[in-house]
Design a binder for this molecule. Structure first.
Ligand code: COA
Length: 212
């Protein structure tokens, strides 16, 4: 029988997550918080509400929601009862030991075209969207979101719950001074980060400047 996977979320990130799941042969259903926005649910796919999720005890689960803080709250509700898994698209490529490292984690989503080199520490429930590139000696906390085409160069530390926008570049740090993106910070699409970013902030532009 085909393995079922429940994807938390019903919006675009959930649909992109479905692409990865289907490439891996899973049978997909979505998990919505409740039925209040049922008119926006994907029409062609089964959707269950979160309170019924325990009826699917044999399924695996992932969270296809871009906001790390939302993923974190879902994990807090279900960490001990649902089997969160990783999804790695077959077209992703990995340097030495990186795939094995991710397989020790939970809830990591790796979309098509992602490239990871070596010595990269990934956090649980990290999302690598389409064509993300991560270079060597990078450390990521839990619940990081890397949007399509984001490019993280070497010796960078990305703290938990950071969101890196589409096409943004995080320039390299060094062994003694890794480039650091503070927790909960958002880097806007197309930004080029050339200095450390404070936590709980928004950075945009080239070179990136703090706007919030
Ligand atoms: C950075 C971002 C979060 C700001 O959104 P916001 O809080 O709604 O801010 P606003 O749109 O009101 O813009 C605030 C200012 O920043 C500028 N700005 C916004 N996003 C910018 C960007 N990516 N690059 C450069 N400038 C940007 C705006 O022009 C505006 O400038 P102004 O005050 O001089 O007019 C958003 O624009 C962004 O880049 N989000 C990431 C999108 C993305 O990659 N999604 C991935 C989906 S998978």
């Amino acid at each position: 029988m085909t393995q079922q996977i429940g994807i938390f979320g019903t919006s675009s990130m959930a649909l992109e997550t479905r692409d990865v799941a289907e490439a891996l042969g899973y049978s997909v259903f979505f998990v919505a918080p409740d039925a209040s926005n049922s008119q926006e649910w994907p029409s062609e796919c089964e959707v269950v509400v979160e309170s019924d999720v325990y009826l699917f005890s044999n399924a695996r689960f992932v969270i296809g929601i871009g906001e790390g803080a939302v993923r974190q709250r879902i994990v807090q509700r279900h960490a001990n009862t649902l089997g969160f898994t990783n999804l790695i698209h077959p077209s992703a490529t990995f340097g030495h030991g990186q795939r094995q490292h991710i397989e020790t984690l939970r809830g990591v989503i790796v979309c098509a075209g992602v490239r990871l080199t070596h010595n990269i520490q990934v956090g649980n429930f990290t999302i690598f969207n389409l064509n993300v590139t991560v270079s060597h000696d990078v450390v990521m906390g839990d619940y990081v979101t890397l949007s399509p085409q984001a490019c993280v160069l070497g010796h960078v530390h990305i703290q938990p719950n950071v969101w890196v926008g589409a096409g943004a570049v995080i320039n390299q740090g060094s062994v003694s001074a890794p480039r650091t993106i503070g927790t909960n910070t958002l880097v806007g699409s197309g930004a080029v980060v050339v200095a450390d970013c404070e936590p709980n902030s928004v950075y945009v532009g080239v070179p990136a400047r703090k706007v919030k």
